[in-house]
Unconditional design. Structure first.
Length: 456
């Protein structure tokens, strides 16, 4: 059904654009005529003046409606699959679920026999109502149990329960959900050049008005938790989760590449390792010695259920269990090949020494490689896609020239040959930001004997 609707929508969109273009052209052509008529014998005709005013109002609201409906379509497309997949933990079989259930039932007696513990890919801990089963659902994100201890998970779950079961007023939970949904939809929208989108302005207004409600509810629930536990535990949990979120999207990219290469490494352990390696140079502590995921027996069974949300059920079912120590060249280069395929057809005759010019002219590469799809992305996204693809082309060129991957999980990809080492993704990033001058990049490549290697 979806495949039949897309061409129909595309046809309607093209016809609408043609009609708007024709109307704009006619407006430009007829503007002198209208001006002449309006300033001569029809100058004092009130009906004509009213007609022009009504026409302006109709055109204005037509544009506003078109922009607003386009924003609604973008929200629908980007949030279509935002409903998280969950895997239930049995209290009889899993120590983590048993400890968490016992703690919450003692703290809030009305939860006895009326809750279940689940794992998700969400970044934190949430407390939801399962309408089908009529029970409350504690959703533990795999990134959260990779970074937090059992005590921190218990406190975060208790605060979420208080937000829903002991709110400031009965309206606060509902208003909090509306605020959260408005923020999610607002983040899904591309930046608008003007203020013509009613959808964008309405979401911004709702998020701004309801933000104090969410802040008040968080403060209230934290105060409710304080008598039953140490405030330092709740504070330390927030200090771990928030800084670590910056590593989640890069980690999901790595993990998705591993799944598509046929291997399924442990998700929680990998995220914990990545954050630990990334934090080593910053002298901060985000990962405990014994994170909470170690309390889940046979965690890989539940991770397999959740990974089908990332790559599809067939790919998740056929993936083989592997360790992160098996993160070999083949696993990394599989993702590079797929990313580099976007630019390879337009890089004929180009060499490594031409990369600075390609980075400078990224917009031309985007137009040639993306074609009509370029209009679906903002300029920042276009630039990011082109630079990522160009770095993948550079990395694959080095692999084909005999360079070996030497970096571990959580580090910048580095390749080594003899006594030379190159970090292709870091070099492209520094080149694009201006931190690395073009002559310095070319000199580095010439010293590594890669300046004259073809990119395609």
């Amino acid at each position: 059904m979806r495949a039949r609707l897309v061409p129909a929508f595309t046809a309607v969109k093209c016809l609408t654009l043609l009609a708007l273009g024709f109307a704009a052209a006619m407006a430009v052509v007829l503007a002198p005529v209208v001006w002449l008529l309006g300033t001569t014998w029809m100058r004092n005709d009130l009906e004509f003046v009213r007609f022009l005013g009504l026409l302006e109002v109709v055109i204005f609201w037509f544009v506003v409606t078109s922009v607003s409906l386009h924003a609604i379509r973008v929200i629908r497309l980007k949030t279509r699959s935002s409903r998280p997949c969950v895997a239930e933990l049995s209290p009889e079989r899993q120590p983590l679920a048993a400890e968490l259930t016992r703690f919450l039932e003692v703290s809030i007696p009305r939860l006895r026999g009326n809750m279940r513990v689940c794992l998700t890919l969400a970044p934190s801990v949430c407390f939801l109502r399962d309408a089908r089963r009529g029970k409350w659902q504690i959703c533990l994100g795999l990134p959260a149990i990779a970074l937090l201890t059992l005590e921190e998970i218990q406190v975060m779950a208790l605060r979420q329960a208080f937000e829903n079961l002991r709110p400031v007023t009965p309206l606060h939970p509902w208003l909090g959900r509306v605020h959260h949904r408005a923020c999610v939809w607002q983040n899904a929208l591309p930046p608008h050049p003007g203020a013509l989108s009613l959808t964008h302005n309405l979401l911004h207004f709702v998020a701004k008005v309801l933000n104090p409600v969410s802040v008040q509810q968080h403060a209230w629930s934290s105060a409710q938790v304080a008598p039953q536990t140490s405030p330092k535990i709740l504070s330390s949990a927030g200090k771990k989760i928030i800084p670590a979120l910056r590593y989640l999207m890069p980690y999901l990219t790595i993990y998705r590449s591993a799944l598509r290469a046929g291997g399924m490494p442990p998700f929680a352990e990998g995220f914990s390792r990545l954050v630990r390696k990334a934090e080593a140079s910053r002298q901060i502590e985000l990962t405990p010695a014994t994170p909470c995921f170690t309390l889940v027996e046979n965690l890989w069974v539940y991770e397999r259920q959740l990974t089908k949300w990332l790559v599809g059920e067939d790919c998740a079912r056929d993936s083989k269990l592997v360790g992160w120590d098996d993160f070999s060249d083949a696993l990394a280069t599989d993702g590079w090949k797929k990313t580099a395929a976007l630019l390879r057809p337009v890089l004929g005759g180009k060499h490594t020494a031409d990369i600075p010019d390609l980075v400078t002219g990224w917009h031309a590469l985007a137009r040639r490689s993306m074609g009509v799809n370029i209009r679906k992305f903002t300029p920042d996204v276009q630039k990011g896609v082109v630079l990522q693809s160009l770095a993948s082309v550079f990395a694959m060129m080095l692999v084909n020239a005999g360079w070996k991957l030497t970096s571990a999980l959580g580090e910048d990809f580095s390749l080594r040959k003899d006594d030379r080492e190159l970090r292709p993704f870091r070099l492209i990033k520094d080149l694009a930001s201006g931190a690395l001058p073009a002559p310095e990049f070319i000199r580095t490549c010439r010293e590594a004997s890669t300046a004259d290697l073809p990119l395609a």
